[in-house]
Design a protein around this ligand. Structure first.
Ligand code: ADP
Ligand code: MG
Length: 321
C-alpha cells in the first residue's frame, strides 16, 4: 500500500518531520513549532529565524500579481512571522528560481518591492527553473528574551485579540480567481481587497509593541485563518477558546463587496487566511485598542458564539494537501 501525504495533511507531515529530528536540537534552542526558531544570542537577547516559500501556481499566479507586489509579499510574510515572536527584523536571505524567459524589468521590479521593506539582504541563491517561479525567503530577527512571545503561553482567562481586519486577503484572492475585476461599481473596494492579498502589510511595529508588553502572553500571525491558527495556540498551550463571531473585525470594503457577490464575509474572515495580522492572548486586566474577539478557557475545544449563543459550525482554516 502506498500512503500519500494528503492522508496526514500538512500538519501531520510536519509532525513526522519534527519527531525525526527532535534529538538534534541543542539545549536552550527552540526549533519547530512556533512562528520562528529561537537561538540564544547573548545573556539577554535571542535571534529568531523563519523561512517561507512562495510557489507559482500554489501561492500566486504570475498574471495576477505584479512583480513589485510579489517581491514585497515574499518578504512581508516572513517579517510577519518575526513580528509574531515580538522581535525586530534585522536581515533576510532570498533564494529564487526563475525561468530564463523572465525579463530584466520583471526582476528589477521584484527587487524594488523586496527592497521597500528596508531590511538588509544578507545572501541567498539564484537558479534557473524549467517552468515556474519559486521563491524562498529566510528572515532573521532579534529580541530581548523577556519580549519573546510563544504559542504556548496562553493562560485560561486571557482575552483573545487580533491586530487588524480579517478576510480581506481571502476576498482579494477570490476576486482574482473569479476574474471579477471588470465589475466597476465597487472598483475602489475591490482594489483594496486585491491589495490586501497581493501586498499585505506585516504588522511589524505592532509585534514589537506587543512583545514589550508583559501582559501579552501567546502570539502568532494569522496566515491560515483564525479557525486554524487559534487552534495552534490552543494545542501548544493546552487550553480551549471561545470566539464571538460578531466581534470579528470585518472591513467596510469586505462587507460591501460580500453583499455585492453574495459571499459570507465571516466565512472568509475565519477560514481564508493570508491576512498577516497578529493574533494574541493577554491578561484580562490589560487594556488594548486592538479587536477583542474571545477568551481562553479550560479544555481543548474551540467554541464559536454568535451574539452570545453557541453556533455549531465547523470552520477549519486553510491547510496544504
Ligand atoms: P508559519 O505559518 O508560522 O510559517 P507553519 O504552519 O508553516 O508556520 O509551520 C509550523 C512550524 O513547522 C514552524 O515552526 C515551521 O518552522 C515548521 N516547519 C514547517 N515545515 C517544515 C519542514 N519541512 N521542516 C522543518 N520544519 C518545518
Ligand atoms: Mg506564522
Amino acid at each position: 500500500m502506498h500512503h500519500k501525504i494528503e492522508e496526514i495533511g500538512e500538519f501531520g507531515l510536519i509532525k513526522t518531520i519534527t519527531d525525526k529530528f527532535i534529538d538534534l536540537v541543542p539545549q536552550g534552542w527552540h526549533g519547530i513549532g512556533d512562528d520562528c526558531a529561537v537561538i540564544p544570542y547573548n545573556e539577554t537577547q535571542s535571534l529568531v529565524i523563519t523561512t517561507d516559500m512562495l510557489i507559482e501556481g500554489v501561492h500566486f499566479l504570475r498574471d495576477k500579481i505584479s512583480p513589485r507586489d510579489l517581491g514585497y509579499k515574499s518578504l512581508a510574510v516572513n517579517i510577519s512571522d518575526v513580528a509574531a515572536m515580538g522581535a525586530c527584523v534585522v536581515g533576510s536571505f532570498l533564494s529564487i528560481a526563475l525561468p530564463s524567459t523572465i525579463s530584466r524589468s520583471w526582476c528589477d521590479q521584484f527587487f524594488e518591492g523586496y527592497h521597500s521593506h528596508n531590511v538588509p539582504l544578507l545572501g541567498g541563491d539564484t537558479t534557473k527553473s524549467l517552468a515556474s517561479i519559486a521563491i524562498n525567503v529566510v528572515a532573521i530577527g532579534m529580541a530581548d528574551n523577556s519580549s519573546l512571545k510563544f504559542r504556548n503561553m496562553a493562560k485560561v482567562g486571557d482575552k483573545i485579540y487580533v491586530t487588524g481586519c480579517l478576510g480581506d486577503s481571502g476576498a482579494g484572492l477570490r476576486i482574482l480567481l473569479e476574474n471579477r475585476l471588470s465589475s466597476d461599481s465597487e472598483v475602489d473596494n475591490i482594489t483594496k481587497l486585491i491589495a490586501a492579498h497581493n501586498s499585505p502589510r506585516a504588522h511589524r511595529l505592532e509585534g514589537l509593541d506587543l512583545g514589550a508588553c508583559h501582559s501579552v502572553h501567546a502570539m502568532m500571525d494569522v496566515s491560515d485563518g483564525i479557525a486554524s491558527d487559534l487552534r495552534h495556540i490552543m494545542k501548544s498551550s493546552e487550553v480551549g477558546a471561545v470566539v464571538e463571531l460578531s466581534q470579528i473585525p470585518i472591513s467596510q470594503g469586505l462587507r460591501i463587496v460580500s453583499s455585492l457577490y453574495d459571499w459570507d464575509p465571516l466565512e472568509l474572515a475565519v477560514n481564508a487566511g493570508e491576512d498577516y495580522v497578529l493574533l494574541f492572548t493577554a491578561d484580562p486586566s490589560a487594556k488594548f485598542t486592538y479587536h477583542e474577539i474571545g477568551r481562553i478557557v479550560d479544555g481543548d475545544q474551540l467554541m464559536w458564539l454568535e451574539n452570545g449563543i453557541s453556533k455549531s459550525i465547523d470552520y477549519k482554516g486553510f491547510t496544504h494537501f
